[in-house]
Design a binder for this molecule. Structure first.
Ligand code: DAT
Ligand code: MG
Length: 151
């Protein structure tokens, strides 16, 4: 559906390393529509809730510590197939397995510093958007170029 949305987040390493512009550019150039954007310092409980499916994994404490270690950039991108497409743009979880040309393939080496998050299903996208954005923080708009991107 054209209204599919994904929660995309530039993690603290991506912000610290000055990769924000490059990463946002990749989603813009693809043609997806930006519906929400903020720089945000993540509270511990939100990081834990975001990754709650992983709470029994040995790396969970280190993962949460990493996510709260500095500001993140929270985004909502919308478009047909955006969830799966964003995962392709982002690349594999382990950056050594991520193809060159993907964000993780170009910018990262280890899973614990893999620069960016993307929702893994449309349902999780909606769950994560509700977790990270308040009512009124998302903007209801359509890019005027939309007819040149979608038929
Ligand atoms: P993804 O971010 O590609 O959706 P995931 O949801 O399986 O991957 O895991 C969330 C994050 O947890 C991932 O981006 C990095 C970290 N992580 C996952 N597996 C890991 C591992 N084996 N060792 C260290 N960190 C890991
Ligand atoms: Mg995931």
């Amino acid at each position: 559906a054209a209204s599919e949305r994904s929660y995309i987040m530039i993690k603290p390493d991506g912000v610290q390393r000055g990769l924000v512009g490059d990463i946002i550019s990749r989603f813009e150039r693809k043609g997806f529509a930006l519906k929400g954007l903020k720089l945000f310092q993540t509270p511990q409980d939100l990081a834990e809730e975001h990754y709650s499916e992983l709470k029994e994994r040995p790396f969970f404490p280190a993962l949460v510590k990493y996510i709260v270690s500095g500001p993140v950039v929270c985004m909502v991108w919308e478009g047909p197939g955006v969830v799966a497409s964003a995962r392709k743009l982002i690349g594999a979880t382990n950056p050594l397995n991520a193809e060159p040309g993907t964000i993780r393939g170009d910018f990262a080496i280890v899973s614990g510093r893999n620069v960016v998050h993307g929702s893994d299903s449309p349902a999780n996208g909606e769950r994560e958007i509700a977790l990270w954005f308040k009512e009124g923080e998302l903007v209801d708009w359509e890019p005027t170029v939309l007819p040149w991107v979608l038929e």
